[in-house]
Every structure is written in structure tokens, then in C-alpha cells.
Design a protein around this ligand. Structure first.
Ligand SMILES: Cc1cc2nc3c(=O)[nH]c(=O)nc-3n(C[C@H](O)[C@H](O)[C@H](O)COP(=O)(O)OP(=O)(O)OC[C@H]3O[C@@H](n4cnc5c(N)ncnc54)[C@H](O)[C@@H]3O)c2cc1C
Ligand code: HEM
Length: 390
């Protein structure tokens, strides 16, 4: 609990912290990885290199200064953080590590300006936020653990089947090595995957690409030419091999209602759309399924989606767009005119996932077509960032 004097100190010093956010961030991660090397594998080093993730943590602490008097908005804003943490099994005992290193980084960057009173005030603010995150995460862990087929912490899964879906995307069907059931997840959610590569743990997120079935999960992975985890999954793993899964999480899930849906995906961004489409169709909702791929060779799940369309004739309309070749209904890119042509009437909800440029274009075009912010839903396959970010 912050005292009124601490609140005043935080408000007075927040602009200085904001001004030095990049420097604090650049100091914080190397310092933490040096003092606590055991947490380093949790952080995707490609995200560290791109700078998106490093700014996020300190930025969230600063945003909390503005939001903390509005508990509802705080919870809403923290939902994506909680999901990322849950899918990586972040634990309460790791919070003091981040707190210590963040305070050390603030001290190192701002030097003597950080009096003991200022340090105490920021320490108390961090503890308040950490306490809230720990509580929200514990709630999610317990909820999932108590579902039939649920669990807490790491669980071993075996690769039961693999399928090449396109030139670069391969699906992996994963069944628990203990032979037990697997809990349902909300379509659209992703799972934390822990691999061991060259003796080192590597953590990544993958959207669950098939509807919940109680027995297995499916992930579908695009092979990145220089990617650590995706190349390992494609090149080194075979049916029968095991990997570790952490609980599913994620907030790109269908908002209940009867509105028709536009599900738009680019490339491997199609993965969360597959179970979402099935859920929506089972609920009797109308779905426009718009998928953009590079060409026919890179177009994954074409047959699976065509089968779904055949089963739900009149309810599901599939539209494909290829950047090149002649294997799709449209050749080129999804733009405002194309969206206008297929956007369902009647206040549709729009979900879209793909590369940053794809999502920026779709988001802008939908806004121009009058779809308000609260009916535009998207997710990054990397650190969350504003859609207009470079
Ligand atoms: C919510 C969510 C859902 C996701 N769902 C899916 C999904 O369904 N399917 C899917 O395929 N992916 C998905 N992803 C992405 C996935 O988690 C991985 O990021 C992706 O597989 C790449 O991981 P990698 O280890 O192969 O590549 P990484 O090793 O992480 O590298 C990624 C890229 O960064 C570059 N890079 C790596 N290190 C550096 C460095 N130090 N400096 C500069 N560049 C560097 C690499 O060359 C490569 O191009 C999802 C991500 C999130 C957050
Ligand atoms: C108050 C404390 C914390 C705050 C405010 C915070 C905030 C954040 C934010 C904003 C993100 C990015 C979410 C996104 O991309 O959508 C994130 C991701 C992450 N956090 Fe935290 N976090 C905190 C504590 C911790 C702790 C204690 C750990 C454990 C060591 C941790 C590990 C991670 C990891 C591993 C990621 C994903 C990194 C990646 O994508 O490479 N965080 N956190």
C-alpha cells in the first residue's frame, strides 16, 4: 500500500523515469540476465534484439502509474501480460528478481537523483503491481488446473502425428505422455511450448490450431529460415518425440453474441482462426473466412477449410487471396475495396492475425469502413505493440 507521500513522489518523478525509459530498459535486461541467468531462457532473444519486448515491461510499470486508480481498466490492460506470463509458467518467486533488477537499473540510470525516499516509493509501486499480477495469474493457474484434463506447471506431451500443411507450415498433434485427458481451451488461445535445444531450454508460444477435443492439442508452425525453435521442430523432431507444454492462455477469443464474423488471416496467422471458425459455426453464426497467402504452395489448410465450407454451405464463405500465381479467387493483397465487398452486414465483429504490415492495413481499412475499435480484434505473434509501430 502506497502512502500519500509516496504517491506524490511517484507522480512527481514519473516524467523523468519516462524520459529515460529506453536507457533503463537497456540496463535492466543485461543486468537481470547477468545476476539471474536462470530466467534468461524465458525471454525470446529475437524479441530482445528487436526492442519490442524490452520496452514493454518498464512501459507497463509506467502505464500503471496512470491507471492504478481505475481497477477495471488495470485488469483489462494487464490481460495480455497475464496471458503471456501464464503460458510461460511465470511464478510468484520470480517477481522479486524483476523488482530488484528494475530498481537497480533505475538507480544506475538516474544516479543520485534517486533518493532513498524515491527508491522506496517506486519499490512500493512495483510491489503493488506485482501483487496484482501474481493474484490474476494464480487465478488463471487454479482455474485451468481444476478443469477436467487440466494441469499446473510443465506437462510432457508426445508428438502423435505430423502433417505438412504448406511449403513452410507443419502441424504437430500432441498427446499427453501420461496418457491422461487434456482440458478444453477457448478457441483462439495459444500454448507455451518448452523445447530443449543443444541442452538449453527454449520457450515459444503457438496458437492452438484445432478445436478442443479432450485428447490432444494441435499446433502449426511456420519454419523460419533462421529460427531457433521452428527449425528444431521441423528439422529435428519426429513422431514419438516429447516436448513440454505450459497452460494455454490468450485473449483473442470470440466475444459471445450473434453478430456475423469476419476472420481474416495472413500466412501462419491462420492458426487461431481455424478453431474460432468452428466454434462460431457451431453457434450458428455467419462467418466470412478471408485468408491471404503468398501463393498456392504457401497456402496452408486449404482442404481443411474447404471441407468446413462444404459442411456449412450458406453459413461460411471462404475467400482466398494470393500475392502471386493464379490459384486463388483474388490475386494481390487484401485492401479496403476487397474488405468492403465481403464485410458482412449487421455490425460484424472482425478478428485478424498476420504480419505487422498485414494487420496495420486491415485495421486501417476496417476503421475507414466504419468498424469501431471495440469490434476489431487482433493479436501479435510476438511482443504486443501498437499497430502503427514500425
Ligand atoms: C501469441 C502467439 C502465438 C503464436 N502462434 C504461432 C503459430 O501458431 N505458428 C507459428 O509458426 N508461430 C507462432 N508464433 C510465433 C512463435 O512463437 C515463434 O516466435 C516463431 O516460431 C519463431 O520462433 P523461432 O525460435 O523459430 O525463431 P527465433 O529464433 O525466435 O527468430 C525469429 C526471427 O528473428 C531473427 N533473430 C533471432 N535472433 C536474433 C537476433 N539476436 N538479432 C536479430 N534477429 C534475430 C531470426 O533470424 C528469425 O528471423 C506465435 C507467437 C505468439 C506470441
Ligand atoms: C510487475 C512486474 C511485471 C510486469 C509489469 C511485466 C510486464 C510484461 C509485459 C508488458 C510483457 C509483454 C506482453 C506482450 O507482449 O503482450 C511481458 C512479457 C513477459 N514477461 Fe513480464 N512483467 C512483469 C514480471 C515478470 C516476471 C517476474 C517475469 C519472470 C522472470 C516475467 C517474464 C516475462 C516473459 C518471459 C515475457 C515474454 C517475453 C518475450 O516475449 O520474450 N515478467 N511482461
Amino acid at each position: 500500500m502506497l502512502t500519500p507521500a509516496q504517491e506524490r513522489l511517484i507522480e512527481a518523478t514519473a516524467p523523468v523515469v519516462a524520459e529515460h525509459l529506453d536507457a533503463i530498459t537497456q540496463c535492466f535486461y543485461p543486468l537481470m540476465f547477468d545476476r539471474y541467468p536462470e530466467v534468461k531462457p524465458l525471454f525470446n532473444q529475437a524479441h530482445q534484439a528487436s526492442g519490442g519486448q524490452p520496452r514493454a515491461l518498464a512501459g507497463a510499470v509506467l502505464a500503471y502509474v496512470q491507471l492504478r486508480r481505475d481497477p477495471e481498466r488495470v485488469r483489462e490492460t494487464l490481460a495480455t501480460v497475464v496471458s503471456k506470463h501464464v503460458s510461460l509458467d511465470i511464478r510468484p518467486e520470480q517477481y522479486p528478481i524483476v523488482g530488484e533488477c528494475l530498481m537497480a537499473a533505475i538507480g544506475e540510470v538516474l544516479g543520485e537523483a534517486v533518493t532513498p525516499e524515491i527508491a522506496d516509493a517506486w519499490g512500493a509501486l512495483y510491489e503493488e503491481l506485482a501483487g496484482l499480477l501474481i493474484e490474476l495469474e494464480d487465478h488463471r493457474y487454479r482455474d485451468f488446473e481444476h478443469r477436467p484434463g487440466g494441469w499446473r506447471g510443465p506437462r510432457e506431451f508426445r508428438i502423435a502425428a505430423m502433417r505438412q500443411e504448406s511449403a513452410v507450415i507443419r502441424s504437430f498433434v500432441l498427446m499427453p505422455a501420461d496418457g491422461g485427458a487434456v482440458a478444453d481451451f477457448a478457441p483462439g488461445q495459444y500454448i507455451g511450448v518448452r523445447l530443449v535445444i543443444d541442452g538449453e531450454p527454449v520457450y515459444r508460444h503457438y496458437s492452438l490450431s484445432a478445436a478442443p477435443n479432450g485428447e490432444s492439442y494441435r499446433i502449426s508452425v511456420k519454419r523460419e529460415p533462421e529460427g531457433t525453435a521452428s527449425r528444431h521442430l521441423h528439422d529435428a523432431m519426429a513422431v514419438g518425440d516429447t516436448l513440454t507444454l505450459l497452460p494455454p492462455a490468450g485473449d483473442l477469443t470470440l466475444v459471445e453474441g450473434e453478430e456475423p464474423l469476419l476472420l481474416a488471416s495472413g500466412g501462419v496467422g491462420q492458426t487461431p482462426m481455424l478453431p474460432m471458425a468452428q466454434q462460431a459455426l457451431a453457434q450458428g453464426r455467419r462467418v466470412i473466412y478471408l485468408h491471404a497467402a503468398l501463393d498456392a504452395e504457401h497456402h496452408a489448410f486449404a482442404e481443411e477449410v474447404a471441407r468446413l465450407e462444404a459442411r456449412h454451405a450458406g453459413q461460411l464463405r471462404v475467400v482466398t487471396v494470393h500475392e502471386r500465381g493464379d490459384g486463388a479467387e483474388h490475386i494481390g493483397r487484401i485492401d479496403r475495396d476487397l474488405l468492403a465487398r465481403y464485410l458482412p452486414d449487421g455490425e460484424p465483429r472482425c478478428y485478424f492475425v498476420g504480419p505487422q504490415g498485414f494487420m496495420t492495413a486491415i485495421n486501417g481499412a476496417l476503421a475507414e469502413l466504419g468498424i469501431p475499435d471495440e469490434r476489431r480484434h487482433y493479436e501479435h505473434f510476438g511482443p504486443s505493440q501498437p499497430l502503427d509501430a514500425a
